[in-house]
Write a protein that binds this ligand. Structure first.
Ligand code: SAH
Length: 394
């Protein structure tokens, strides 16, 4: 709260000082046109007095904010994120600040009359920002839940700013995960402990209003499998699968373990023995640019005859400009030693689901040597690039 409010107060203060100089220049113009020097001086004096009073109010507000800065630590963490993942975030923060400025202007009684060029500029900028958001929504190739039902005026200004910021953080982390390797993602997470709580929460927010979630379909399928089957959930998020599946053994892996039972690791290297599980699940988790290493790892830990269950966002496989199509992706899975079981389930427009069975033969990844941490063990397979899944602004 405090850093934003400080920034807001500072922004107000600078706005006020630009008003002061504008008003003083108005005042000097008034001096030249005034019929008597006496009247002009009065006008100028009055204008300066009002402007100085406004500036003093802003300075007092700023001082009050600085002294009530009690949640410093939280703010530092937020600042760090901003520094680490820039751009998009800044827009959000700017918009939030602008909104805050509009809100806090009520303190200024003269504001109604004193709408100047400055204010108009700000409004134009906001209108342009809004437009950008809409275009974003239309063009984004990703998926999105419907906007939350936020009765207008029900959220406080601070709540709104927070929601906007955390949405921005979620989208940035999400994008970061889709554009880097598993090892780098793990470094990033380890450098900023706690960061992923917000990611998982953001992910839940995005998916909770989907008509069907892949995770629910996975649980439904697992109910048809023996309860003794050992399951490995690759990229488990907050480990909902482990809680909902009827199987006694569910190994949950994710970059950060903020839910009980989750093993924190890069899932290209999970701490499971070879051929130790009957099921490997990837529910919307083929995120890294080296996602092939995740699948090769799944192949390693699966028993022959075990099932690889994958749900992925359909738009990631549109086959455009060097990107994967479902069939080019499945072709490499086949080279790895996975046999397609049935047809890909394409009944859902957002994502598709495949069941693949680890066959006896091929197993090129079975021969791979595990590299030291940080190295990508090469299977020699050429995995086609998957598009990043960018979630829309809400
Ligand atoms: N499977 C869950 C969560 C999906 S979100 C569900 O369907 O609800 C994708 C998850 O994959 C995120 O939690 C992300 O942290 C995780 N992830 C991405 N890359 C990873 C990696 N290299 N190692 C471990 N987890 C990873």
């Amino acid at each position: 709260r405090s850093r934003w409010s400080q920034a807001a107060a500072a922004k107000n203060a600078s706005k006020e000082s630009s008003k002061v100089s504008k008003e003083s220049s108005k005042a000097s113009k008034a001096v030249t046109v005034a019929s008597t020097a006496e009247t002009a001086r009065d006008v100028a004096r009055q204008v300066r007095r009002e402007a100085a009073a406004a500036l003093e109010r802003q300075a007092a507000a700023l001082r009050a904010e600085v002294s009530s800065d009690d949640d410093e630590e939280e703010e530092v963490a937020e600042g760090d994120w901003g520094a680490q993942f820039s751009s998009d975030e800044d827009e959000d923060e700017d918009a939030a600040l602008d909104a805050a400025l509009r809100g806090s202007d009520t303190e200024d009684e003269e504001e109604g009359e004193m709408r100047d060029d400055d204010d108009e500029d700000t409004e134009e900028k906001e209108a342009a920002d809004d437009e950008e958001e809409e275009i974003d929504e239309e063009e984004a190739p990703g998926v999105s839940a419907p906007p939350p039902s936020k009765g207008p005026g029900k959220l406080s200004l601070v709540d709104k700013m927070r929601a906007k910021l955390s949405g921005g953080q979620f989208r940035m982390l999400n994008e970061a995960l889709y554009t880097t390797t598993g090892d780098r993602a793990l470094d990033m997470v380890q450098d900023s402990p706690g960061m992923f709580a917000a990611y998982h929460q953001g992910f839940r927010e995005q998916t909770k209003e989907w008509p069907v979630r892949p995770l629910d379909l996975c649980v439904r399928w697992l109910r048809t499998q023996p309860s003794t089957a050992a399951v490995a959930d690759f990229g488990c998020g907050d480990a909902e699968l482990a809680r909902a599946a009827p199987q006694t053994t569910v190994h949950s892996f994710d970059l950060e373990s903020d839910a009980p039972g989750v093993v924190a690791c890069n899932m290209a290297q999970v701490p499971l023995p070879d051929a130790s599980v009957e099921v490997a699940v990837f529910s919307l988790s083929l995120m890294g640019t080296d996602y092939g290493a995740f699948l090769e790892e799944a192949h390693r830990v699966l028993k022959v005859g075990g099932v690889l269950w994958i749900a992925e966002v359909r738009s990631r496989f549109d086959g455009s400009a060097g990107h994967a199509s479902v069939s080019s992706f499945l072709a490499v899975c086949a080279q790895l030693g996975f046999v397609l079981k049935g047809k890909p389930d394409e009944s859902n427009t957002m994502f598709f689901i495949v069941h693949l069975v680890k066959g006896k033969g091929a197993a090129r990844a079975g021969a791979k040597v595990r590299g030291k941490a940080g190295a990508t063990p090469g299977s020699g397979l050429k995995w086609p690039k998957l598009k990043a899944c960018i979630y829309k602004r809400r």
